[in-house]
Design a protein around this ligand. Structure first.
Ligand SMILES: *[C@@H]1O[C@H](CO)[C@@H](O)[C@H](O)[C@H]1NC(C)=O
Ligand SMILES: *[C@@H]1O[C@H](CO)[C@@H](O)[C@H](O)[C@H]1NC(C)=O
Ligand SMILES: *[C@@H]1O[C@H](CO)[C@@H](O)[C@H](O)[C@H]1NC(C)=O
Length: 363
């Protein structure tokens, strides 16, 4: 299977890509709710898992709640399927003696790229959904590593056939601050810190032996029902004409993505043997914001399928799964699932863009 070879030949930032990529034998994933397959639910019996632990979460494909923040599968599930691997088990579900040679998912919904202390210092501790930030997830991987391989040679052989997905992560570092009233100007100042945290974790994984790494950027947050509800207004100039998304927030996501790409370029100079690939989630999702109908999103791409009413079907007092909320009949006709997260249908388009399209490129 030729996963992620993609545009290599067209890519002008030349980097010689191994001619034909072997099928991955394992995937290790780090991140937040965009890729958590159960860790938050297992880690914390309190809110918000009281919602993600029951239907309608998981109603598509799994037909029961799994801890995924969606109606069904996530991008990481589609990537695993495309590699011929089982869906990754969440780290916190691993049992003693279990074989996890085909990969593990360390992502935790609510996780930040920066350590929790950063938010405590800014008196934002109450808003963190989890303390399992990117560095904690990295620690989990390091703890697990001796049960995967031991000698240098053994690890080298194993990891050269393993894919490391580092993100999406960092979105929450901004979400938390925006949701307590942070301004775009203030938040811009934290971009270098967030990008640095992601880059450092990526470098640390390479030091541990990773050679195939995909680092996704942020989604167009200005298109999400939460942001549209919180920051929308009567001024037409706030919105992108083509898709109705919030200009300033999309520009912010683009800014983060640009900085991330730049930092990954520097990282690759330091580790030329590693193959670091940037995954453009923003670009891969833009087509369905521009032409929702074309992708089967007959109910549009902006309003949430599951929510408590309002112009974008997002109501913070009646979030998806809470009293006063309701799920749509056909989630595949929506791109947005619960306000902040996407539907399985939307994730499958992004995954396709990564696997078959050109939305992944070597740095
Ligand atoms: C994170 O850690 C702090 C300090 O130990 C604790 O007060 C807080 O409850 C923790 N938060 C979560 C969501 O576990
Ligand atoms: C949001 O939900 C609350 C609680 O169910 C409800 O009282 C309120 O009317 C809702 N607001 C909108 C705009 O639907
Ligand atoms: C993908 O290819 C299209 C058409 O060739 C091009 O317009 C677009 O910029 C490419 N996207 C990326 C992320 O390389």
């Amino acid at each position: 299977m030729k996963l992620f070879i993609l545009l290599a030949s067209l890519c002008l930032t030349l980097h010689i890509v191994s001619s034909s990529l072997q099928q991955y034998q394992a995937i290790f994933n780090f991140g937040d709710s965009l890729s958590d397959t159960g860790n938050l639910l297992l880690s914390d019996p309190r809110a918000p898992p009281d919602v993600i632990g029951k239907l309608p979460y998981g109603e598509t494909f799994f037909h029961h709640a799994t801890g995924r923040f969606s109606d069904g599968r996530l991008i990481v599930d589609f990537i695993a399927e495309a590699s011929g691997l089982p869906h990754l088990p969440p780290y916190l579900a691993l049992k003693k003696g279990q074989n996890f040679y085909q990969g593990v998912n360390f992502a935790v919904a609510g996780a930040t790229a920066l350590d929790p202390e950063f938010f405590y210092r800014r008196k934002m501790s109450s808003i963190l959904a989890t303390n399992y930030s990117l560095s904690t997830q990295l620690g989990w991987f390091k703890e697990l590593k001796p049960s995967l391989c031991n000698t240098k040679q053994e690890c080298e052989n194993y990891f050269k056939k393993a894919l490391f997905l580092v993100g999406e992560i960092g979105g929450n570092d901004y979400n938390y601050a925006f949701f307590v009233g942070g301004s775009i100007k203030q938040l811009k100042a934290s971009v270098p810190l967030v990008v640095d945290a992601i880059t450092k974790a990526t470098g640390a994984l390479i030091e541990e032996g990773a050679v195939e790494l995909v680092v996704p950027g942020n989604l167009p947050i200005g298109c999400s029902a939460v942001y549209l509800t919180l920051y929308g207004g009567p001024n037409k100039a706030y919105y992108e004409k083509r898709n109705g998304c919030l200009k300033a927030f999309n520009a912010f996501a683009k800014h983060h993505n640009k900085e991330l790409k730049r930092a990954l370029g520097t990282l690759e100079e330091k580790y030329p043997h590693a193959r670091i690939i940037y995954a453009d989630y923003y670009g891969a999702s833009m087509p369905f914001y521009h032409a929702p109908q074309h992708y089967g999103f007959t109910s549009g791409s902006l309003a949430a399928c599951c929510g408590g009413g309002g112009p974008y079907n997002f109501n913070n007092s009646a979030r998806c799964g809470h009293i006063g909320s309701k799920a749509c009949k056909d989630p595949s006709s929506y791109a947005n699932w619960d306000g902040l997260h996407l539907t399985e249908a939307a994730y499958s388009h992004i995954a396709k863009g990564m696997i078959h399209g050109n939305f992944t490129a070597p740095i």
